[in-house]
Structure formats: structure tokens, C-alpha cells
Ligand binder design. Structure first.
Ligand code: HEC
Length: 168
């Protein structure tokens, strides 16, 4: 290889490197313009997702619906009385996601055999287990008040199966 060929090769090689560098810089500029963090909408979405990922388990809805209002949370805005939902309403809004079709072994609404095995624990234990969580059931205390959970248990078990839950 002559000295002339060498210098031609070096020049071309330098040109190729320079072109690649230019393309790299161009791609960085384009990527920043398209996906840069200055985009407030994207930022808001990222924050919203991060918050959803950090939410306590009882606030996460398996149904994809927004969590029902927490009856015990705050005074209603109009100063009126906060309405307590009926057992059926609470069941349909909160419990039905699992207590229908045996999800994770949850006895279904009106499942006489399934509930008969469990009600021997008595009211106090059952309410406690729903409020604080039990086995495969996450704590429900954030989605309904204790009063509403009692009403839901009464409806889901007593009303719908005809069974009677013992006091203790
Ligand atoms: C995320 C699913 C899920 C939701 C929502 C849910 N449950 Fe459950 N529940 C379960 C599962 C699963 C079990 C069975 C737990 C086990 O034995 O491991 C269960 C068990 C129970 C039991 C029996 C507890 C015991 O001590 O044997 C009661 C009572 C009950 N649920 C009531 C409710 C009520 C009332 C609601 C609504 C306020 C509700 N559940 C919401 C999944 C759920």
C-alpha cells in the first residue's frame, strides 16, 4: 500500500466517523424533542402511574373501576349526612369482584355450602377478617366502613343463603 493510498484511507475513515457522530447527535436531538421531559402531559401521566403503583392494596381495584367513595372519609361537601350504603350496594360495589364465581376460593354470594363452613367463627371474627384481611382476601376496611361491611356480610350470607351467623 502506497503512502497516498494510506492517506486516502485515513481521510475516508475520518469522514465516516464524523458522519456517524453527526447522525448520533441528530438522533439525540430528535429523541429529546419527541420524548423530552419538558412535555407536561407525559410528566403528569408518569406521576399518575407512579401514584397508582404506590397505592395501598385495598385501594387497587381488580375490576378496573375507580374505588368506591369511602363513606367514613370526610364530611360531605354540602354539610349533609353521608349516606351509608346498604349491604347489597356494598356487595355489588366492593365485594362482588371476588365473591362471585369462587375467585381465589372466595365463597360466592348465596353459596350455602361455602358459607356454612365459615360462619361458625361468628360475627366478630368474620367482620374483623373482612376489615383487616384474611387469607387470600385483602383488607376491605379502606373500601367500606365497618358498618357497611357488617351490612354486606348480612346480605351476602344471611339474606342470600338463609343461614344464620352465630354471635361469637
Ligand atoms: C379481592 C377479592 C375480595 C374482595 C374484594 C372481598 N373478598 Fe371476601 N374473601 C375473599 C377470599 C379469597 C376469601 C377466602 C379467604 C381464604 O379463606 O383464604 C374471602 C373470605 C371472606 C369471608 C370469610 C372470612 C373467614 O373468616 O372465613 C367473608 C365474611 C368475606 N370474605 C366477606 C367479604 C365482604 C363483606 C367483602 C366486601 C366488603 C369482601 N369479602 C370483599 C376475597 C375477597
Amino acid at each position: 500500500m502506497s503512502a497516498e493510498q494510506d492517506s486516502v484511507f485515513v481521510r475516508n475513515f475520518a469522514l465516516v466517523i464524523a458522519a456517524l457522530l453527526a447522525i448520533t447527535v441528530l438522533l439525540i436531538v430528535i429523541a429529546n424533542a419527541l420524548f423530552g421531559d419538558e412535555n407536561p402531559e407525559r410528566q403528569a401521566l408518569a406521576e399518575e402511574r407512579a401514584e397508582a403503583n404506590l397505592a395501598p392494596p385495598f385501594a387497587v381495584r381488580l375490576t378496573g373501576d375507580p374505588a368506591p367513595a369511602i363513606a367514613s372519609a370526610e364530611e360531605p361537601a354540602d354539610g349533609g349526612v353521608m349516606e351509608v350504603r346498604s349491604g347489597e350496594q356494598v356487595t355489588q360495589a366492593v365485594c362482588i369482584a371476588c365473591h362471585q364465581g369462587n375467585f381465589l376460593n372466595a365463597p360466592g354470594v348465596g353459596d350455602v355450602d361455602g358459607w356454612n363452613e365459615r360462619i361458625g367463627k361468628g360475627w366478630e371474627t368474620l367482620v374483623d377478617n373482612v376489615v383487616n384481611g384474611y387469607g387470600n382476601m385483602p383488607a376491605q376496611g379502606g373500601a367500606a366502613t365497618e358498618e357497611e361491611i357488617r351490612a354486606a356480610i348480612e346480605w351476602m350470607i344471611e339474606t342470600e343463603t338463609g343461614l344464620t351467623i352465630p354471635e361469637t
